[in-house]
Design a protein around this ligand. Structure first.
Ligand SMILES: [Zn+2]
Length: 80
């Protein structure tokens, strides 16, 4: 029986999460911030998702980030 041979498969391109500084895997859900637009995707679905992005991070890291909204849009305006 021949021994196990391990082959190194080159990763397409490593994306780094801006929150935890860890590598985002190809099949991991990720959040892309581009021009203040936040979208959830993954590199498996959209290999070019991070092109021109301002920030990318794990979807699981996203709740720790508070996305800044424009002032005056608080959701509910209790005006009487
Ligand atoms: Zn992360």
């Amino acid at each position: 029986m021949p021994g196990k041979v391990s082959i190194l498969i080159p990763m397409p391109q490593g994306l780094t999460c801006v929150i935890c500084n860890d590598t985002i895997g190809v099949y991991e859900p990720l959040v892309v911030v581009k021009n203040f637009n936040v979208s959830r995707t993954s590199l498996a679905m959209e290999p070019a998702a991070a092109d021109g992005a301002d920030a990318v991070f794990h979807e699981s890291c996203a709740p720790t980030l508070r996305i800044t909204r424009p002032a005056g849009q608080d959701g509910s305006s209790s005006h009487r």
